[in-house]
Structures are given as structure tokens and as C-alpha cells.
Write a protein that binds this ligand. Structure first.
Ligand code: DC
Length: 725
């Protein structure tokens, strides 16, 4: 997961391959609550692991439910309808799917069993209305206190043990408005079976119910937990007397249909000619309303096939067909249509989306502002948005408003080179996504999944090279810059080290140029680091590292990078992560790296690290030979005295005695050797920027490189975005 202030997407040109979707957010949080209320154990499979489910799980734990999680399973032991904890403060982040149902559930439980529960969230949660739900619960006899602005969280729900719900006893139907958010009705449907043991409970909806498919999910899942709701259209719902939650035992959570929309759109835009985009986890058997997005995408030109649990998409009509569509039934996925509209043959109008205004952010305003930055012409009203594709695409820094869907769907703007009106020869513009981490709300690995299926032209993928003399700290700096930008990292020294190890393993002399070069050309290397789990992905070279500022390993030869949570490296299926760091491996590397044929043999492998979104390459010839056209080249220097001091400190911390003077003499001798060696001598590229870090901390060096990089990026930030930053 990227933990960075922004992520720059280079222009992207094609897509194909397979993605597996994370579990549905709507299903996950509903079944978590149902399992928490039912008696006994429920095993949930493929539950979504994201910000929104984490706050729900934390709330269930606080309330005394048993929660045991493993990789694919989550076991919940429920309350069986009886409160175990009678006072709690629950923090629910920005999860509407946790706030609304928990407020209703705890209001009803507190009113009948006694208790006091405070429910709060992030500031945006406190701007999202809940008044219609409170207005439905109060006449019933629930005691709900506004802790902030009336009608908005935070709330307190409370009551005395042995209390009654007078409204319920009078047999009056419970009335709830349905035209602001369907989550209020869902909250009541999930909570009221708790008090429907002895009598029918009737809920009536005032006004036209929006987002009906989400209520269908609620009804479907209630059915799985033994509650058979009777209904009259979407106006009147009856929980029959005797209703009681019964755990289904095991329940599989299907993939998120709203998350699928980005990859359906991706296929429609960018899977042309080659293999389609295959989406695993959700398909024709889905119970989620957003699966209907597929029909809208088809209407715009997507060629879609699907079956149970899968969807496959490739480009059909191109450019996409402009649409005028009522998207009331697919409010979340409709955001993806607004971005597909950038690639259409005319203006696309999306109607029936008033609910966008009360979501994670005011999505109508947000979408209009960000699409305009890209060059689109946008008209927005209370409940619609109309998007006309850009006549001239502009590189834009997309503000994401702490809204996962803004980040995920706007990323599709990076395919602008494919647009019919892409400007000069389809050169394309990059797209910056601010605060990319916000995707953690529902799809923590979204960008990894996107880069797994999207491709850029090699020349479009930015490269930053970092070089410098021994003990200059270049490895630490390169790893930190890569992490800050969310880029891949190529630690080229590591490839020479691995070659040296392979030679030693095969009993090949490190000076036997032809034999070592042959080993280098067939190096069977696999990497997994920050992207752990990719270890099985043998064909994809990656050297991603998570650096640590705490560990200022300025020594760049012993031990080598990466410092903190290291990249794990397998050579011929054997984990050699530790061995690669040995001093003797460094010596082997230094010998094999002096052989021109070996350098040549590793050339292609080094180039293959250049993949979207970008690359930071560290090593002596990165800026001169391997990536001569790199967008930014940095040459680190530090005077020998300071480097000797740093190395001395490091050795002392390991309990190794050394003299600063002799360390300095060694470094100076090595500098001279490196500068004068015939093969790949150490010298700055002509266009490299020199960074003397003698008196800089690693943080300061990173900040300097990032500021050079920012100055070379074409993005103009919006006034609003920079004032927030
Ligand atoms: O940076 P390092 O200590 O891991 O590098 C190991 C050896 O490989 C070192 O002697 C320098 C050499 N090297 C090279 O010749 N060219 C590179 N691009 C990277 C490292």
C-alpha cells in the first residue's frame, strides 16, 4: 500500500490480464453486523479488509463479540441479541455503512436493555446526515442525544434496563424518509429484528426510495440470517413476529461490484487488440446492485462477457458512445461513467445522483472540479452532471477529497493517449492522484491491481537515477525517494551481487568473463518486499524496498541496501536475502562488475525494471549507460571525512573497532580506483545534479531530491488543493 502524498501516473496505453477484487464493502459490513447480532459463530470468507470494515470490526470487539481473523476467514461469535457491554465509545471513521446501522442497533438495544453508547467519526462523518434515521427512531421510544449539530453525528444513544419501545407497543408503523440515503432504511431493517420477537414490526418509507439495489442487498442478507422480510414494493416492509437472527454458519462475501466498475471501464477503454481484462470475484450471479454498471458500460461501448464470479471486458465501440442515463440505481459506480465520459464521442449526462452530495464528499462538486482540471467541459446541477470530453487534455493534479472513489475512477484519466482527441500524436499527459492512500476505504491494493494490468510505453515511464561514491548514502536515499513517490526501485548493485553468488555456487571463477556473463544472462531472481506476496510472481522483476529513516545505513557496500524491511530475494528458488549482504558477496560483485560482458548481460534485466508508475535506479552507471535519458539524475557526494565518520559510527554500533583515519584512507583509495577504473568508472552524468550531503540528514537529502523532481513535473495544483496541503 502506498503511504505517500501523491502518486503520479504516467500516460497509460493498454490493459489486459487478470484482477481479483476485494470483498464487497456493502456486503462485508452488513454481514459483520448480522454475525455480531446472531447467536453463535459465523465464519465469513473473503471479507473485505479495509478502513471501513476495520472500524466495524473494532466496534464489534468493543461490544464484546468474538473476532478471530486469518487470511481468508473471519470468525465472529455474536451477541445473540443480548448486550454484553452497556457503555462504550465507538469511533467509526468515515464509514456510513457502520455509523447508520450501529446507531439504529444500539439505540434499540439501549432502549430495551439499558446502556449508553457514543458514536463518532472523522470530521466528514460529522457532516453526513443521520437526522432521518434519528427521526424514525425517536417516536419509537429511543433516547438519542445530538452531541454536535442536530441531525449529524456524533450521537449518544441511551436507555434504562427493562425499558420498552412505546411506539412499537402502540403498533404504529415506523416511518423513515428514503430520499436522502437508503442506508437509513437499511439500518432499521438490520436493527429491528431485535425487537420483532413478539409482534410484527412495520416500516414505511416516506418519499421515493433512492438506491433501491442497496436495500435489496440488505433484504438478501437478512434472508441468509433467517429474517424473511415481507414487503410491498419499496414502500412498506414487515418484519414478521418471531423474527430471530440465525447464523448461516459460513458465508462467502463476493467481490465488490463497485470496485469492479473501474476494471470494466479499463477494459472498455484500453483492452484493444490483445487479451481482455478478466475480473475475478464478482459476476452474473452477484446480489449487488452495482453489477448493473455493466449494462451502462455496454451502452457506452464495452464488450462484456460474464459468468458466475467473473466478468471479462474488452473494447467494443471506440470512441465510447455518449449517454444520457438515469444512474439512481448505481450511484457509486456511476462515478466511473463520469470518467468514461472523457473518452466518449459527445457530452454524457448522468442524472438521478443527488445522493452524491452526501457521500464521502460532495461528489458532484468534486467530480466537476477535477474533470475540469483535465480539460473537460462540465455542467453540474443538484442531481446531475454533464461531461464533455476535453478538447485539449491537461496534466492535472487530482484532488481526491479523502474519497476512495475519486482516486480510483480518476486514475482512468491516465489513459488519455488513447482518446480520439489526444493531441499531438497521442503523446499523452500524466495524471497526479493526491493522497492515493484514501483507496484504503474499500480497495487498499487498488493501484497495485491497476499497474498489474495497465501498461505504459517505456519512454513514458519516468526514471530517476541516483549515484555516488561508496558510503555516500545513495542506497538509502534511492529507497526513500522510491517509497515517497510510490515508484519501483532498482538496486543495481544487488544484481551484481546475485551474479557473484551464482558464480560462487556453480564454482565458476569470478574472473571467467564468458561463464559469468552466461550466468548473469540467465539469472533466476525473484523479489518481494513492500509488495510481499508477489514472491510467486517469478516473471516480474521487482526490487521494492521499504526504507527506514531510523536506520541511516549510509554505508552502501557493507551491508548493502535495502535497510529496514528488506526486499526479499530468491536466487534459483533459494532465499539469499541475507547472503547478498555479506562483505564477501560485495567483493565478488566488485569483481564480476568489472567484466564488460557481465554488464552487457545484465543490461536487459535492468531495463525491465522500468514499469509504471516509475523507477528510481541506484548504481554507478544508471544515469550514464542504462538510463541515459532519465528525467532526473542525482549524483551524491559527501566529503571523505564525513563518509568515514558515518561508517565509523556504524561499525562502532555493531561493536566493531575501527580507526577513522584508516577508514578515510580506504575510502579515498576506493574513490580513486572507482574513478579511474576502465569499466564503468564512477563519474557523474553530464546532466546530473550534484547533491553534497556532507551536512544533510537523510530526510533533508530526500526533500531536496523530491523538490528537484517536483520542479520537473508538469502539474499545477489547484488553489483549493494547495490550501489544504
Ligand atoms: O552498491 P553495491 O555495493 O551493492 O554494489 C556491488 C558492486 O557492484 C560494487 O562493487 C559496485 C558494483 N556496481 C556496478 O559496477 N554497477 C552498478 N550499476 C552497481 C554496482
Amino acid at each position: 500500500m502506498f503511504d505517500i502524498p501523491f502518486l503520479d501516473l504516467p500516460p497509460l496505453r493498454s490493459a489486459s490480464g487478470s484482477v481479483r477484487l476485494p470483498g464487497s464493502k456493502s456486503i462485508s459490513n452488513r454481514v459483520l453486523l448480522l454475525a455480531g447480532l446472531a447467536a453463535g459463530e459465523t465464519v465469513l470468507l473473503d471479507l473485505l479488509d479495509s478502513d471501513d470494515t476495520r472500524v466495524m470490526l473494532a466496534a464489534l470487539r468493543t461490544l464484546g463479540c468474538g473476532v478471530v481473523q486469518s487470511e481468508r476467514e473471519c470468525r465472529i461469535t455474536g451477541l445473540g441479541g443480548t448486550l454484553r457491554v452497556h457503555e462504550a465509545q465507538l469511533f467509526l471513521g468515515n464509514a456510513g455503512t457502520a455509523m447508520r446501522p450501529l446507531a439504529a442497533t444500539l439505540a434499540v438495544l439501549a432502549a430495551t436493555q439499558g446502556g449508553r453508547f457514543d458514536l463518532a467519526g472523522v470530521p466528514r462523518m460529522h457532516e453526513r446526515p443521520i437526522g432521518d434515521l434519528v427521526d424514525a427512531l425517536r417516536p419509537l421510544g429511543c433516547d438519542i442525544v445530538d452531541l454536535g449539530r442536530p441531525g449529524y453525528p456524533p450521537l449518544r444513544v441511551q436507555g434504562q434496563a427493562g425499558g420498552t419501545l412505546a411506539g412499537l407497543e402502540a403498533g404504529r408503523p415506523i416511518r423513515v424518509r428514503g430520499d436522502v440515503s437508503s442506508q437509513f432504511l437499511t439500518a432499521l431493517l438490520l436493527a429491528l429484528p431485535l425487537v420483532a420477537a413478539e409482534r410484527d414490526v412495520v416500516i414505511e418509507v416516506d418519499g421515493e426510495l433512492i438506491s433501491k439495489p442497496y436495500v435489496d442487498i440488505t433484504l438478501n442478507l437478512l434472508g441468509r440470517f433467517g429474517i424473511a422480510v415481507q414487503r410491498d414494493g419499496y414502500r412498506r416492509f414487515t418484519l414478521p413476529a418471531g423474527s430471530r437472527y440465525r447464523s448461516p454458519g459460513r458465508l462467502h462475501v463476493e467481490g465488490d461490484a463497485s470496485s469492479a466498475s473501474y476494471f470494466v471501464a479499463l477494459g472498455a477503454i484500453a483492452a484493444a487488440g490483445g487479451a481482455p481484462v478478466h475480473i475475478a470475484g464478482v459476476g452474473s450471479d452477484s446480489i449487488q446492485g452495482d453489477i448493473a454498471f455493466v449494462d451502462a458500460a455496454r451502452a457506452m461501448g464495452a464488450a462484456v462477457q460474464s459468468g458466475p464470479g467473473w466478468i471479462e471486458v474488452h473494447r467494443g465501440r471506440w470512441p465510447l458512445q455518449a449517454l444520457d442515463i438515469d444512474a439512481n440505481h448505481i450511484p457509486d459506480a456511476a462515478m466511473t461513467l463520469a470518467v468514461m465520459a472523457l473518452y466518449a464521442d459527445g457530452p454524457t449526462r448522468i442524472r438521478g445522483i443527488a445522493s452524491w452530495r452526501v457521500k464521502e464528499t460532495d461528489r458532484i462538486a468534486a467530480m466537476a472540479a477535477e474533470l475540469r482540471k483535465l480539460g473537460a467541459e462540465v455542467t453540474a446541477g443538484d442531481d446531475f452532471i454533464e461531461v464533455r470530453p476535453p478538447a485539449h487534455w491537461q496534466a492535472a493534479s487530482i484532488h481526491t477529497y479523502d474519497d476512495h472513489r475519486m482516486a480510483m475512477c480518476l486514475a482512468l484519466a491516465a489513459f488519455n493517449p488513447l482518446a480520439a482527441n489526444a493531441g499531438a500524436g497521442g503523446a499523452g499527459v500524466p495524471v497526479r492522484i493526491e493522497d492515493p492512500r484514501c483507496v484504503g476505504k474499500t480497495f487498499p491494493d487498488y493501484f497495485e491491481a491497476l499497474f498489474g494490468v495497465a501498461s505504459a510505453a517505456e519512454a513514458d515511464v519516468p526514471v530517476i537515477t541516483i549515484d555516488g561514491p561508496t558510503a555516500s548514502g545513495k542506497g538509502t536515499l534511492a529507497a526513500a525517494v522510491a517509497q515517497a513517490l510510490g515508484y519501483h526501485l532498482l538496486d543495481s548493485g544487488l544484481l551484481y551481487r546475485a551474479t557473484g553468488l551464482a558464480a560462487a555456487e556453480d564454482g565458476v571463477s569470478p574472473d571467467d568473463e564468458a561463464a559469468v556473463a552466461q550466468l548473469a544472462a540467465q539469472l533466476d531472481l525473484r523479489f518481494a518486499g513492500a509488495e510481499a506476496g508477489d514472491a510467486d510472481d517469478a516473471s516480474e522483476p521487482r526490487a521494492a524496498a521499504t526504507p527506514s529513516f531510523g536506520d541511516t545505513a549510509f554505508d552502501d557496500s557493507t551491508p548493502p541496501r535495502p535497510p529496514a524491511e528488506p526486499t526479499r530475494v530468491w536466487l534459483r528458488g533459494r532465499d539469499v536475502s541475507a547472503e547478498l549482504r555479506h562483505e564477501r558477496t560485495g567483493l565478488l560483485a566488485s569483481r564480476v562488475s568489472a567484466l564488460p560482458a557481465v554488464r552487457q548481460a545484465l543490461h536487459g534485466l535492468q531495463l525491465s525494471f522500468r514499469r509504471a508508475p516509475g523507477l528510481v535506479a541506484d548504481g554507478r552507471d544508471m544515469g550514464t549507460v542504462v538510463f541515459p535519458r532519465a528525467a532526473l539524475k542525482v549524483f551524491l557526494t559527501a566529503d571523505a571525512a564525513r563518509r568515514a565518520e558515518r561508517r565509523h559510527k556504524q561499525l562502532i554500533s555493531k561493536g566493531i573497532q575501527a580507526s577513522i583515519d584508516s577508514l578515510r584512507a580506504d575510502l579515498e583509495a576506493r574513490d580513486a580506483r572507482d574513478r579511474n577504473r576502465a569499466v564503468a568508472p564512477l563519474k557523474p552524468a553530464e546532466d546530473a545534479l550534484l547533491l553534497d550531503n556532507s551536512d544533510l540528514t537523510i530526510e533533508q537529502s530526500v526533500a531536496q531530491v523530491l523538490s528537484w523532481w517536483q520542479a520537473r513535473c508538469p502539474f499545477t495544483r489547484s488553489a483549493e488543493a494547495s490550501s489544504k496541503a
